[in-house]
Each structure stands twice: as structure tokens, then as C-alpha cells.
Design a protein around this ligand. Structure first.
Ligand SMILES: C[S@@+](CC[C@H](N)C(=O)[O-])C[C@H]1O[C@@H](n2cnc3c(N)ncnc32)[C@H](O)[C@@H]1O
Length: 246
């Protein structure tokens, strides 16, 4: 079994780890979108679009309350509002990422709102949401189970938790190619454009330490979720996990 949470080099304990992650995203917020699209060859947009299609039955219900946790610069939130056509909520603990999200939501005259907060200590009441999504955020939790416990708490009974996250391609050849790309090329290009080699070295190391889809499913079940399923995308480079609160 892999680590219980992310373990960036030079950070010890949950508090320090969370601070390390927040400061790292502070440093790349301005270039985050450009790099995200560039380094994923725009596949990130397709991964979010597929996730939104999968969540359409919940998003299209006019009374469903939706929270996009770790919303960053707001791409998942924007994609979901485009489907739902109403106000949704986003949350993240990195102020510069939220500033970018607010600018993007404003420029598109969207209704969704974002608030600052830590996913491991959510400021929402129990049973508030029908759907909580986290796109490329869970991997950065200092403690996965603690985050999942909080998400379960703020979901209504019967509510859905959706995780879109990097995973481990089952095919050895594709896994090898993906590892070479992530470990060799990505830190160099990401480091040059963002000015933070640290951030783009952390990315592949956080992915390699992250549980595979089967292990993550087990952590979700251990955290009290039911009907846990996943589907790989792009040969397993990414996985979409769905889980329900009983
Ligand atoms: C890789 S970005 C993903 C952003 C966005 N969801 C997307 O799809 O592009 C990860 C985001 O998770 C946020 N994050 C990581 N750990 C968090 C935590 N414990 N609480 C709140 N936000 C967190 C970071 O600040 C960052 O904005």
C-alpha cells in the first residue's frame, strides 16, 4: 500500500505538508492554466468534459447542490456550470489560484462562487451537497482518508463523490512511456515556463506515490463510501472514480 497522503520532500507532518503544497501552488498560479494545457496536450479539457458528461444526471437536476473542491483556477467548475446552467460552488486553499478562478468566472459572466478553505477542514455543514468533485486535487492531500472523511460529512445521504486524478496505466509499455515523459521531460519544460522546477518535479513524484485505481477504491470504501467504481481514461494515465455516501 502506498503512503496515506502526499509526502513532498522537505515537509514532515500534515500541517507542514499542507503549507508546502499551498505555497507550491501559490508560486505557479499565474502560469498554471497555460502549463496544464500544454503539458497534457490539451487532454485535461477532454478529461474534465468526460467527467461532466458522466455527472450530467446530477448536474442537470435543478435542485442539486454541487461543490468543486480544490477548484484551482476554476476549469472544472466552469465546465460543470456550462452543463448545469446555474450557480455551483468551488473551494481551494490557495489564494492566487482562487483569484484566477474569480477572474475567469467574471469574464464569462458565470454565477458560480469560490471560497477559500482547506479540504481537510471543510467549513460546510454536514449533509450540504449532492455532489462533491475533486479534479487533480486529491493527490495533494496530506491525508487522503481525512479528506475523504470530510467530503463524506458534507455530502447528503445518497450524495456522489467524483475524483478525477492521475493514475497508473496498467499496460507496462504505456506506464514506462508515461514515466519517462513525467520524470524527464515534464520537470524541465514545466520548470522553465513556470520558473518553479520544484513544482514540476513534485508533480511526477506525487503521482508515482499515489495509490493506483484499485488501492484508491479501497481507501474510499474504508472511508465509508459505497458503490465505488472507476474508469480509466487515456490508457489509465487518468482515472475517474465515483463513490456514493449511503
Ligand atoms: C493540480 S490543481 C487542480 C486544479 C483544478 N481542479 C483543475 O482541474 O485544474 C490542485 C489544486 O488543489 C488545491 N489543493 C490541494 N490540497 C488542498 C487542500 N488540502 N485544500 C484545498 N485545496 C487544496 C491546490 O491549491 C490547487 O489549486
Amino acid at each position: 500500500m502506498k503512503a496515506a497522503g502526499t509526502t513532498p520532500l522537505g515537509a514532515a507532518g500534515e500541517e507542514q505538508t499542507s503549507r508546502w503544497v499551498r505555497e507550491m501552488f501559490d508560486g505557479v498560479a499565474r502560469r498554471y492554466d497555460v502549463l496544464n494545457h500544454l503539458l497534457s496536450f490539451n487532454l485535461d479539457k477532454r478529461w474534465r468534459a468526460r467527467t461532466v458528461r458522466r455527472l450530467r444526471p446530477i448536474l442537470s437536476r435543478p435542485d442539486s447542490r454541487v461543490l468543486d473542491l480544490c477548484c484551482g483556477t476554476g476549469d472544472m467548475l466552469i465546465a460543470m456550470e456550462q452543463e448545469a446552467q446555474r450557480k455551483l460552488y468551488g473551494s481551494d486553499f490557495c489564494h492566487p489560484m482562487l483569484t484566477a478562478a474569480r477572474e475567469k468566472l467574471g469574464a464569462r459572466q458565470m454565477r458560480s462562487q469560490v471560497v477559500e478553505g482547506d479540504a481537510l477542514r471543510l467549513a460546510f455543514r454536514d449533509g450540504t451537497f449532492d455532489l462533491v468533485t475533486v479534479a487533480f486535487g486529491v493527490r495533494n492531500f496530506a491525508n487522503y482518508a481525512k479528506g475523504f472523511g470530510e467530503i463524506r460529512r458534507v455530502l447528503k445521504p445518497g450524495g456522489t463523490f467524483a475524483i478525477l486524478e492521475f493514475s497508473h496505466p496498467p499496460n507496462p509499455l504505456i506506464r514506462w512511456g508515461n514515466n519517462v515523459y513525467c520524470n524527464k521531460l515534464l520537470p524541465v519544460v514545466g520548470g522553465l515556463i513556470s520558473g518553479s522546477r520544484k513544482a514540476y518535479s513534485y508533480l511526477p513524484s506525487s503521482v508515482s506515490k499515489f495509490p493506483d485505481a484499485g488501492q484508491l477504491s479501497q481507501i474510499l470504501r474504508d472511508s465509508g463510501f459505497q458503490q465505488v467504481t472507476y474508469q480509466h481514461m487515456t490508457f489509465g494515465v487518468v482515472a475517474l472514480h465515483l463513490a456514493r455516501k449511503a
